[in-house]
Design a protein around this ligand. Structure first.
Ligand SMILES: [Zn+2]
Length: 396
């Protein structure tokens, strides 16, 4: 007999609306985690705030909720923070008013990703109502308030704390809005890595009328950029797109018309696939840069002032977890989800170091945009998918 029958009254749509009304723009908690904590305690979870501070970064509130103490441990991971609203006057409804209109729930976080948190809460409530808290396994929610920001005081530290006290996770689904056009059409089984490199190209400053006395770093940088973008870095791998590289800024700040500057700064970002580690790729790119610079001749040099890796690429091979979730999506929606590794980074990159992880959630078309929204029907479908995932994972 189950020890306690938990009440099952969590409504995905109502909970999403309540969460959207909390203005939890990173790093503000704004009541979102408090609300979630009350909800989860009400259905039988033990909740623990894992708030972290670090000098030079914003204080961040996080919530870890778990029901069950043994057996297989399934974790749902997500974030309660949202990106800023941007140009408020472009919104046709209040970004935090959570209005329902024409079958949609509007508001910042409706898609990315308060809707998914609410859906998983309802799924858990229903599962626990049927099975009781003593179902022989463990379910947890790992919710950070620092995903859209620097991601320093969030998921990384929560996972570390769990590991330090010997708490292991066996499988994880992240509720990012992975569906592309239609609910259920895509899940993410990996992500590309991301690396940003700042460099300074140094030459010899001089009067433009005396080119023989100067070494123009802008011209050198031009040759370097040419060499870096002319040939693809790779052709992609079985599960990943080709590695891409984009220069994002070039800064000289030279106001004079008769002086060639002494140096120029540039920054590029690369999204790399599983053929590379950030280290291997950096070495490869530096080699390309040096070769191009040498070909220019002269005395100019390239200095690397900063290399920031926000994540290595990761990949969960199609197997038990992928098939389990894909099956639930298929059954609930009739749609076959594409197994994708496209898009930006997510906190799944941290979780992948601990257990198999994939991402599945709402349609992400309006994420980070004005008039962010989710279809009410999709919110209900997502709750059903997550509930099926729990049933399949723990055995009906
Ligand atoms: Zn997100």
């Amino acid at each position: 007999m189950p020890d306690t029958m938990a009440p099952s009254v969590v409504d995905t749509v109502e909970l999403t609306r309540a969460l959207v009304r909390c203005e939890s723009v990173t790093p503000r908690e704004a009541g979102a985690l408090q609300l979630l904590e009350r909800t989860l305690v009400g259905i039988g979870f033990a909740c623990e705030r894992m708030d972290f501070t670090q000098a030079g970064t914003d204080d961040v509130a996080n919530l870890y909720a778990r029901v069950g103490s043994g057996g297989k441990h399934f974790c749902f991971a997500g974030h309660s923070d949202v990106v800023p609203v941007g140009d408020l006057s472009s919104w046709t409804i209040g970004p935090f008013s959570a209005e329902l209109s024409a079958g949609y729930l509007f508001g910042r976080g409706a898609a990315d990703m308060k809707g998914a948190i609410a859906a998983f809460s309802e799924a858990s409530a229903r599962f626990l109502a049927r099975r009781g808290r003593d179902f022989g396994g463990s379910i947890s929610l790992l919710i950070t308030g620092d995903e859209e920001g620097p991601a320093v005081n969030g998921t990384v530290k929560m996972l570390k704390r769990l590991a330090e006290r010997g708490e292991t996770i066996d499988a994880c689904v992240v509720g990012e809005p992975t569906s592309s056009r239609r609910f259920g059409d895509m899940m993410k089984i990996g992500r590309r890595g991301s690396m940003t490199v700042d460099m300074t190209v140094r030459g010899i400053q001089g009067h433009v009328g005396y080119p023989e006395r100067l070494d123009n770093p802008i011209h050198r940088l031009g040759a370097i950029i040419e060499a870096m973008v002319r040939e693809p870095i790779d052709k992609g791998s079985t599960h990943f797109q080709p590695t891409s590289l984009q220069f994002t800024t070039i800064d000289v700040g030279n106001k004079a018309t008769n002086i060639a500057p002494g140096f120029v700064k540039a920054r590029f970002n690369t999204r790399f696939n599983d053929l590379w580690t950030s280290q291997k790729l950096l070495a490869h790119l530096k080699e390309r840069i040096e070769r191009a610079s040498t070909a220019v001749g002269g005395n100019g040099v390239v200095e690397y002032t900063s290399v920031e890796v926000s994540g290595e690429s990761f990949y969960t091979p199609p197997g038990e977890l992928v098939e389990l979730v894909a099956g639930a999506v298929r059954e609930a929606t009739g749609v076959e989800p594409e197994l994708s590794t496209t898009g930006g980074t997510s906190d799944a990159r941290f979780i992948s170091r601990y257990c198999p992880v994939l991402e599945f959630g709402l349609v992400g078309e309006t994420m980070h945009k004005v008039d962010e929204k989710s279809a009410v029907a999709d919110l209900r479908s997502l709750a059903r998918v997550y509930e099926m995932v729990l049933d399949r994972y723990f055995g009906a």
